[in-house]
Structure formats: structure tokens, C-alpha cells
Ligand binder design. Structure first.
Ligand code: PRP
Ligand code: URA
Ligand code: MG
Length: 209
């Protein structure tokens, strides 16, 4: 538990480099964030438990494997986390979806929670908390605390771009949470943006400023 996995798969690195380019528009940005979320989830779900099940093929009866144990919930941190949900649901169609609304105060960079709605059985589910950016770590840290307060015990954090500071903040506050990311970037600028990063993920996804 508490591992930090920078997923270096060539397809992930290639697609991330494309969306870093400020010239890439909303349509392509949105499509690639979804693809990256799917690829990262493929990696993050490597340890899902399996169980045996009887199957009768057109040829013969056999014993094979199926997913076992806890069901899953995908929980995006609004707004930008929303851009990762569809890609993940293509991989795990049966997952339930929760929502945690948070924005960073422009001056203090402190996260402000404005909405939270989770499946009533969140305590029975393994949670994939998703947000493209892990900067100071404030949003992810508070979102994980909010999930734990509502009974979630197994949480993984999936981000596209993370700063060393954000990783440090989350692993210190929540050593039980694994972090899967496409890139650990250099750091943060004075405005709390990841360097080199990709800009404001929410604004690029939704065409806002
Ligand atoms: O690690 P932190 O310092 O908390 O920063 C990361 C958060 O900042 C961005 O959200 P933002 O506040 O811009 O809201 P938005 O997603 O609605 O754009 C991003 O989507 C993360 O949620
Ligand atoms: O680089 C950053 C940092 C926080 N939030 C973003 O959307 N981008
Ligand atoms: Mg946010």
C-alpha cells in the first residue's frame, strides 16, 4: 500500500505529450484525457481479485476466472475529474460513480468543497478517485478524507500529471492510498500550477477561463 506508480507506457507518454501542447483544442484534449484515464486504470486495476466460476462453452463445461470481491466506484473530483470518467467506465461498466466538487481558492490555493454525492454502499466498494492534476495535493488530500469519513477503506488515486509536492502531501496524509500517474513533473510555479504541466485541466476540458 502507499505505492506511487509513474506509468511509463509509450502510449501514455505519447498521448500526454500531445495534450500538454497549448495549441491542442478542447475536442482533442477531452478525447485524449479519456484515453489516458482508461490506460492508467488498466494499470491500476492489475491487482483486482479473481475467483473461479463454472462456464459451459459450446464445446465443454470448464472452470475459469471472474472478478471477485469488492465492487468498484469511480469518484471524480469536479470539474476536471469528470473528463476521466467515461474512459474508465468503458473498462469497468458496472462501476458506480460518486462526485466530489472542489475548487482551489485562487489566493490561498486551499481546496473548497462545494458538493459531494457518493453511492450509499461506498464503504463496500474499492474507490478509484480521479483528477487529472495533483498539484499541492490539497484537493486530493481532502477528497480522500471525505471518502474515509463516509466509510471508504480501499482508495486508489489516479492522476495524469503530479508534482513531487502533491505526491508528498498525499502519501504523508494517507499512506494507505496508492497513486497512479502518467507523469511526475518538476514542481509548482508561484500560482500553484504544475511545471511544465498542461495548464488548467478543467478550463481546457470545458473551454472556460
Ligand atoms: O492539488 P491541488 O493544489 O489541490 O490542485 C489540483 C486541483 O486543481 C484543479 O482544480 P481547480 O481548482 O482548477 O477546479 P476545476 O477542476 O473545476 O478547474 C485540478 O483539477 C485539481 O482538482
Ligand atoms: O497545473 C495545475 C494545477 C492545478 N490545477 C490544474 O488544473 N492545473
Ligand atoms: Mg478541481
Amino acid at each position: 500500500m502507499g505505492q506511487v506508480v509513474e506509468v511509463n507506457h509509450p502510449l501514455i507518454q505519447h498521448k500526454l505529450t500531445i495534450i500538454r501542447d497549448e495549441k491542442v483544442g478542447t475536442k482533442d484534449f477531452r478525447a485524449l484525457v479519456d484515453e489516458l484515464a482508461m490506460l492508467l486504470t488498466y494499470e491500476a486495476s492489475r491487482d483486482l481479485p479473481l475467483e473461479e466460476v463454472q462456464v459451459k462453452t459450446p464445446i465443454q463445461e470448464t472452470t475459469k476466472k471472474q472478478l471477485a470481491g469488492k465492487k468498484l466506484a469511480v469518484v471524480p473530483i469536479l470539474r476536471a475529474g469528470l473528463g476521466m470518467v467515461d474512459g474508465i467506465l468503458q473498462l469497468i461498466p458496472a462501476a458506480k460513480v460518486g462526485h466530489i466538487g472542489m475548487y482551489r481558492d485562487e489566493k490561498t490555493l486551499e481546496p473548497v468543497e462545494y458538493f459531494i454525492k457518493l453511492p450509499e454502499d461506498i464503504d463496500q466498494r474499492e474507490v478509484l478517485l480521479v483528477d487529472p492534476m495533483l498539484a499541492t495535493g490539497g484537493s486530493a488530500k481532502d477528497a480522500i478524507s471525505a471518502l474515509k469519513k463516509r466509510g471508504a477503506e480501499q482508495i486508489k488515486l489516479i492522476t495524469l500529471v503530479s508534482s513531487p509536492e502533491g505526491i508528498q502531501a498525499v502519501t504523508a496524509a494517507h499512506p494507505d492510498v496508492d497513486i497512479y500517474t502518467a507523469s511526475i513533473d518538476e514542481g509548482l510555479n508561484d500560482d500553484g500550477y504544475i511545471v511544465p504541466g498542461l495548464g488548467d485541466a478543467g478550463d481546457r476540458l470545458f473551454g472556460t477561463h
